[in-house]
Design a protein around this ligand. Structure first.
Ligand code: CUA
Length: 343
């Protein structure tokens, strides 16, 4: 419909036609009343001109008229409210079955990571006809992820994961913009979203694989020494992370929360912010050591950890003091400072 009119973006997601329908309804309502008001001004100016009505006659009120002009606009406003809320809620609630993609925005580029480990810069490949969730974080200032053809726009903030989603309805290549002024090269912070047939997307994935996000995260988990405390068999110096994601966590100050991506991230950069009940605040911060890309991989790894059924005595796995003495690097004793390997 809009192919020959580049002023208006293509409709390439399930949300696009709904957003546009609401926009055109608002345009129609406002145009109708603008035209109506101007026509009535013209009409009354002629009808009640001074040569015909030299003396003004005040009107003392008209209940019927006042009810009508209150009730009709109220109904119109309610229609706009319900319609707008329904479009907004479909946009704001990410479907559970979505394909999960992670991204990092920074001055001045977009980096995306697929679950199987594919990485790309200023390009985002997605399959057509599938719900796709994009979880984004900024490494510096506020950016904004804007794909006009999908009618999707979301601010990308530092220190916080946010997720948007879309379901592309047409294959093709669509603009990706940064829609928040973010410094000198803000206007160059552009890219493209490539919507592919599912088969082509699968082929693209296999051609570009580099090992899954979770497996990269597992390497980092060892590299940064997380593993020396966060295992069921290391004397419980840090909480066991298996099965953590999506579960309720009780904190030492009596609060509780559901472990989501932002909680995991915060616990890495600011471990003292939320101490799990029963544990000491001994974990050092990894702020400034872990890049946002690495953080994505760590979070993906921790999300992937499933709780294993324990069919052995858990105490049997706690290393003896003798083992710790011989190999303090791997198994530091409780209360000892945690060694963080240099990168
Ligand atoms: Cu990033 Cu503007």
């Amino acid at each position: 419909m809009w192919d020959n009119l580049p002023l208006f973006p293509a409709q390439a997601s399930t949300l696009a036609s709904r957003t546009d329908a609401l926009l055109f309804f608002l345009l129609a309502v406002t145009s109708f009343f603008t035209v109506l008001i101007f026509l009535m001004i013209l009409f009354f100016a002629i009808k009640y001109r001074r040569s015909r009505h030299p003396k003004a006659v005040p009107i003392e009120g008209n209940n019927a008229l006042e009810l009508i002009w209150s009730f009709i606009p109220l109904m119109i406003a309610l229609v706009i409210f319900v319609w707008g809320a329904s479009v907004y809620f479909s946009y704001a609630s990410v479907p559970k079955d979505s394909l999960q993609i992670y991204g990092v925005a920074k001055q001045w580029m977009w980096k995306f990571q697929h679950a199987d480990g594919q990485r790309e810069i200023n390009q985002l490949h997605v399959p057509v006809g599938r719900n796709v969730a994009v979880t984004l974080i900024s490494q510096d200032v506020i950016h904004s992820f804007f794909v006009p053809a999908f009618r999707v726009k979301m601010d990308v903030l530092p220190n916080r994961y946010r997720t948007t989603w879309f379901n592309a309805t047409r294959t093709g290549t669509y603009h990706l913009f940064c829609a928040e002024y973010c410094g000198t090269s803000h206007s160059g912070m552009i890219g493209e979203v490539v919507v592919m047939e599912p088969g082509d997307y699968e082929r693209w994935l296999t051609q570009n694989g580099e090992g899954s996000l979770a497996s990269s995260g597992e390497k980092l988990f060892r590299h940064y020494g997380c593993i020396s405390c966060h295992r069921a068999d290391t004397g419980q110096r840090g909480p066991d992370l298996a099965g953590l994601y999506g579960k309720q966590v009780f904190l030492s100050d009596g609060r509780s929360l559901i472990a989501d991506e932002n909680y995991i991230r915060e616990s890495i950069v600011d471990p003292k912010a939320k101490i799990v009940a029963g544990f000491q605040a001994i974990m050092p911060t990894f702020q400034g050591q872990v890049t946002e890309d690495e953080m994505t991989e760590l979070v993906a790894y921790i999300k992937s950890l499933k709780r294993m059924p324990l069919n052995v005595n858990p105490d049997a796995d706690i290393p003896s003091p003798e083992m710790r003495r011989r190999n303090p690097e791997v198994q530091p004793a409780p209360g000892e400072p945690i060694k963080v390997p240099n990168r």
